[in-house]
Design a protein around this ligand. Sequence first.
Ligand code: ADP
Ligand code: MG
Length: 347
Amino acid sequence: MKKNVSVVQRLRGIVFLALGVCLTAGCAASGREPVRYAGTAMGTVVSWQIYAAEENGAAEAVSEEICAAVGDLEAALSWRDDSSELAAVNRTAGDPGGAVLSPALKKILERCLDVSEASEGAFDVTIGQVVRLWDIDGWAAGEKSGEYQIPKERQIRELLEDAGYEKLSLSGNRLCLPQGMALDLGAVGKGAALDEILALLEENGQVSGAVVSLGGSVLTYGEKPDGSAWSVGIADPLDPDRMIGALSLDGQWCVSTSGDYERYVEVDGIRYHHLLDPATGYPADSGVRSVTVLAREGVLSDALSTACFVLGEERGLALVGQYDAEALFVDGEGKIVMTDGMARYFH
Ligand code: ADP
Ligand code: MG
């Protein structure tokens, strides 16, 4: 019997509401108008607006630097691309000599391991082989043809045996991966890019304000010329074309949303989404439909949003309580629960 299969990839989990109509790549700044950019990168829609105190080319220059940085990071962290740093690291699995990490990758991985420990493994970048087996992202992106096959439980179990962040050994900048393990940094790539972008904006010194949106991850920086807050909309996971509300933020927040509506395959009415529970190897089923996290760093907000999605509301709230971070959960009935800190920004 033919299965009823549909695949969905949403490119817009979160949007910033100030998005103007003129979002053209490289559109020049005039007066207090921002430099705006819109395009695609990291498998998603990216856009930004950058305001400089003076019209001296600083905003245009940093916009170009951001483009290059996002491209470089995408090239380094992709496991699909054999020439990426991550692919090279994964090829050393089982090699007792391990791999020497670049300072950037080491920093990302250390942050990931910290969240793995704090979340008791709900967030775990060592489940790369299981992620690949499901390949929900590949199917949702339309890269595959034919009929989606749900992985066999036995295959999932075998690959999970080789996963587990506590089996990694990181000493100095040398990382040893056990045989059969592969890292997947899909959950934190956009957050890592936001962290690099923040550094570029700070280094530039002439940017007065910026908002950068990389798919479901957004960075706010500095101030808007009119002094108003940056407004970041949160999609309704039950009806993603609508918003459940918005966050009014000052500068230097990273906002990440993880939801089951972004990338999924539906087989016979059952939704298989791309956020896996490392305890089972199956799409997480914690009752939560989306989680939005605010933190001061992109890798942290990204890792926490994925971890909270897997953990669900109660354990997720306890997790964010361990960090300088805020969270908002939406469940299957549309009920919204958030930390007190988040309530100051949400309306
Ligand atoms: P998106 O990429 O749509 O923003 P997330 O940031 O939440 O969504 O990351 C989802 C990606 O993270 C998956 O496509 C997969 O590569 C990876 N992933 C899935 N489950 C986990 C997990 N439990 N821990 C770490 N990474 C995960
Ligand atoms: Mg994420």
